[in-house]
Design a protein around this ligand. Structure first.
Ligand code: DGL
Length: 297
């Protein structure tokens, strides 16, 4: 199988985009992935568009230097704010994340879109809702900004008993759309709370990525699914590995090796997953994120 040569980059404000990476990794299990989680500035939802744009461009400059084959903005907020500008500036294909409003509106009824404040206020999102309303006049589309929810998920996702429902709007729905990649972590709670079908856009992004890469490389084929396991370490942030007991994930719990692991070795790796970007730890210190070598451990 041919795999994309330059690697596939994913961007999110934090951990939300890992859910998108998870869906896409199944399509290209042997590719090289870069994941840039801007944990230093997450959550983005309440930041002004100007700041979000600046942070996203910083990450994309890094992707450009890494000669990626394609990049996925695995963040609805960043997509809503600056996907068009990014596409004008960079020559590699850029995929965005957009709330799956259309599939949810197909059957009509009350469609509740949960998203960040920045997404709800963006022109791009409002145009999407308008277009969908025109196409499906039986659907009543209502958007709700779930302020604080993405941040609460960043902090508490590893706590199985944490109640996120106080962040959800008190309303009824016939269909719910997850307009933020962070919310996918709590899809179970959201489905129970509203008692209706819940839609997210991740499979759509994975399909589109496959199409885009195949357009550039017609001999590329999809592969069988393999789950990407995401583990959370409250001190280090998050750790992604196929096997939590493998050598690498043990190594990165060590402070010294975390430093060593911040550099992507050149010309050696052709597959695996690298974390880029910065994050803040509990003491508010900022440091480069670790990366994890997934294959060949
Ligand atoms: N995960 C992002 C999104 O899809 C951003 C959430 C945030 O940082 O507030 O919108």
């Amino acid at each position: 199988m041919r795999i994309p040569k330059g690697g596939i980059a994913f961007f999110d404000s934090g951990i939300g985009g890992l859910t998108v990476l998870n869906a896409c990794e199944k399509q290209f299990p042997e590719a090289l992935f870069y994941y840039y989680g801007d944990n230093q500035h997450a959550p983005y939802g309440n930041l002004p568009a100007k700041k979000i744009r600046r942070y996203v461009f910083r990450a994309f400059k890094k992707f450009h230097r890494l000669h990626v084959s394609a990049a996925v903005i695995a963040c609805n907020t960043a997509t809503a704010v600056c996907v068009d500008e990014l596409r004008r500036k960079f020559s590699f294909p850029i995929l965005g994340a957009e709330p799956a409003v259309c599939p949810a509106a197909l059957k009509g009824g009350r469609v509740v879109v949960l998203a960040t404040k920045a997404t709800c206020e963006s022109e791009r999102f409002q145009r999407l809702c308008q277009r969908t309303k025109e196409r499906f006049p039986n659907a009543d589309i209502c958007a709700y900004a779930c302020e604080g929810l993405a941040g609460a998920i960043e902090r508490n996702v590893h706590r199985a008993d944490f109640d996120f429902t106080p962040y959800l709007p008190k309303t009824s729905a016939d269909a719910v759309v997850l307009g933020c990649t962070h919310y996918i972590y709590i899809v179970g709670q959201i489905a129970r709370y509203f008692g209706c079908p819940v839609y997210d856009g991740n499979e759509g992004i994975a399909r589109r990525l496959s199409e885009v890469l195949c357009e550039n490389n017609s001999s590329m084929k999809n592969r069988d699914c393999r789950p990407l396991k995401v583990d959370f370490d409250p001190k280090l942030g998050f750790v992604t590995t196929k096997n939590p007991n493998d050598k690498i994930s043990q190594k990165i719990t060590n402070k010294r090796s975390r430093k060593i692991l911040t550099k992507v070795p050149k010309n050696k790796q052709t597959q695996g997953l690298f974390f880029l970007g910065k994050q803040r730890d509990y003491n508010k210190n900022t440091h480069e994120q670790m990366f994890v070598w997934l294959k060949g451990v």
